[in-house]
Design a protein around this ligand. Structure first.
Ligand SMILES: [Fe+2]
Ligand SMILES: [Fe+2]
Length: 173
């Protein structure tokens, strides 16, 4: 069973401002499900749709973390946050590569597989090392959550108006 697209459905007021890491964990769970869907189907249409949503979700999630989350929590463990940023950069190279490819290209599967491995590894670092360090650091999580909520709703609105202008909902396509 797929859960709902968390960023797409979080909307106004639905961001868990008291527990911002819960929002990130939901995104992680959802992207895992999308990768499973991508890998477990032979149906080209299903694969293309899952692939498109993976790239979109990862871009938004990464932007949210880098703009509004990492800077607010880096004092909890600066080295770990640096490591996470590097991991984002590496994943982003694969994302850009995939965005430049035709989705009928047989190489896509291999690169999606590589992206999946990198993302799952990165999610483990966040959930098992970074988040616990943040929970111990006595930060004002609600203030951080409010900033993240504001950043996210701006991002969702501006992406929606961009895709309306292009007359398509396919980012990067
Ligand atoms: Fe994350
Ligand atoms: Fe991340």
């Amino acid at each position: 069973m797929m859960t709902d697209d968390p960023i797409g459905t979080r909307g106004e007021g639905a961001f868990p401002v008291d527990q911002p890491m819960q929002a990130l964990e939901k995104d992680h769970e959802f992207v895992k499900q999308l990768f499973d869907r991508y890998c477990n189907t032979q149906d080209r249409k299903v694969k293309q749709e899952a692939g498109r949503r993976i790239l979109e979700l990862l871009e938004m999630h990464t932007a949210l973390e880098e703009a509004a989350f990492y800077p607010a929590v880096s004092q909890a463990n600066t080295a770990l946050v640096e490591q996470c940023k590097n991991e984002h950069e590496q994943a982003d190279q694969l994302i850009q590569q995939l965005k430049g490819m035709d989705d009928s290209d047989p190489q896509c599967d291999r690169i999606f597989q590589q992206l999946r491995d990198e993302v799952l590894q990165h999610v483990q670092v966040e959930e098992q090392q970074l988040f616990p360090a943040i929970r111990q650091a006595n930060l004002d999580l609600q203030a951080i959550g409010l900033q993240m909520q504001a950043f996210e709703s701006n991002m969702v609105a501006s992406r929606a108006s961009e895709s309306a202008q292009r007359g398509t909902s396919r980012p990067g396509a």
